[in-house]
Design a protein around this ligand. Structure first.
Ligand SMILES: [Zn+2]
Length: 331
């Protein structure tokens, strides 16, 4: 008799004994192991003829004070606490979007491939792509919305010698590439951004012979159009994805925190390179999302970051979509 069978019979016997006695005495049956895996790491849905898969690179967290340096402690605490978030830091999801148009497989941003330190909860894109049955070599195009670590650094390995998506072209806004590649760079000795600037130069070098630039309103691939949303970075690019009459807007980093960005779109964000332009772009983009009542996909909102934007007074709210299984057959 196997240990499991003997254990089962013993448990069953004690349960029956409990019933005969007229009162339930069986309680804990076994001590379940503590599990290490975290599933799901992807969410698949359809948009017209396109199949979209949100694939998680994990999460990253930053001090609240650094994200909204001009708000008072009391103002920041009030917004975050009212949304049941910690008040000392803001945790952001990293939602990479894979778009299969039928002709092309396009990835919107590339995660960080574990290069963001110390952010041990990030760098999970490759394992979650594998779970979603998407092979890196199948990716035709990687669109980089802007050259920040959590979006760009995943295009190459830790030493920036091997491209992650070996067959892909890398598309980036023309203004964004020009900004980072300019000589005598304004961020070269900047207190916050110098380390990121130096790593960006190395990572961009790893893909330089595969880069194609896109202009505002330019086509990334058929069905995916660039939208200029400057402020967070000079060439920051959001996207419109359209299949037939079905549309979706990708925010990229126009918004971050699910409460602050919507309740206080005009707060200047500490990670925006142009503080005024960043706030202006955020309000204009949220206004567009709310007016068009269009589905929205967002890189940093709670996974999978798909939903709608509605107006609340002079500000906005985020309404996440329900999880749907329509595209997934049980196995
Ligand atoms: Zn980001």
């Amino acid at each position: 008799m196997s240990l499991n069978r003997r254990h089962f019979l013993a448990v069953a016997g004690s349960a029956v004994t409990g019933l005969v006695g007229g009162s339930w005495s069986g309680g804990v049956q076994a001590r379940a192991p503590v599990l290490k895996s975290q599933v799901p790491g992807f969410y698949r849905f359809s948009l017209g003829q396109f199949q979209l898969t949100v694939v998680s690179d994990g999460t990253i967290a930053f001090p609240a004070e650094a994200l909204w340096p001009e708000a008072t402690n009391a103002e920041r605490d009030a917004v975050l606490a009212s949304d049941f978030q910690p008040t000392d830091k803001s945790t952001l999801q990293v939602n990479v979007l894979a778009v299969n148009t039928g002709d092309r497989l396009v990835l919107i941003d590339a995660g960080s491939r574990g290069k963001m330190k110390p952010q041990p909860t990030a760098g999970r894109l490759l394992q979650n792509l594998a779970a979603a049955e998407i092979k890196p070599e199948e990716v035709d195009t990687v669109l980089i919305t802007h050259a920040h670590p959590d979006h760009l650094w995943g295009v190459a390995d830790a030493s920036d010698t091997e491209r992650t998506f070996s067959n892909a072209e890398y598309v980036i806004g023309e203004a964004e590439l020009n900004f980072w590649m300019q000589p005598q760079h304004p961020l070269e000795n900047h207190a916050r951004w110098s380390g990121i600037y130096r790593q960006n130069i190395k990572t961009l070098a790893a893909i330089k012979d595969r880069i194609r630039t896109v202009k505002p309103d330019g086509e990334v691939v058929p069905g995916i159009t660039a939208i200029a949303t400057p402020g967070h970075t000079p060439g920051h690019t959001s996207l419109q994805i359209a299949s037939g009459s079905n549309q979706l807007l990708c925010t990229a980093d126009v918004v971050g925190n699910r409460a602050v960005a919507f309740q206080h779109p005009d707060w200047r964000g500490g990670f925006d390179l142009d503080l005024d332009q960043g706030a202006k772009t955020r309000r204009a983009f949220l206004d567009r999302c709310a007016s068009e009542k269009v589905m929205v996909s967002s890189y940093h909102l709670p996974f999978p970051g798909v939903g709608h934007v509605v107006r609340t007074g002079t500000a906005f709210s985020w309404l996440p979509s329900d999880w749907r299984w329509e595209e997934v057959s049980p196995t």
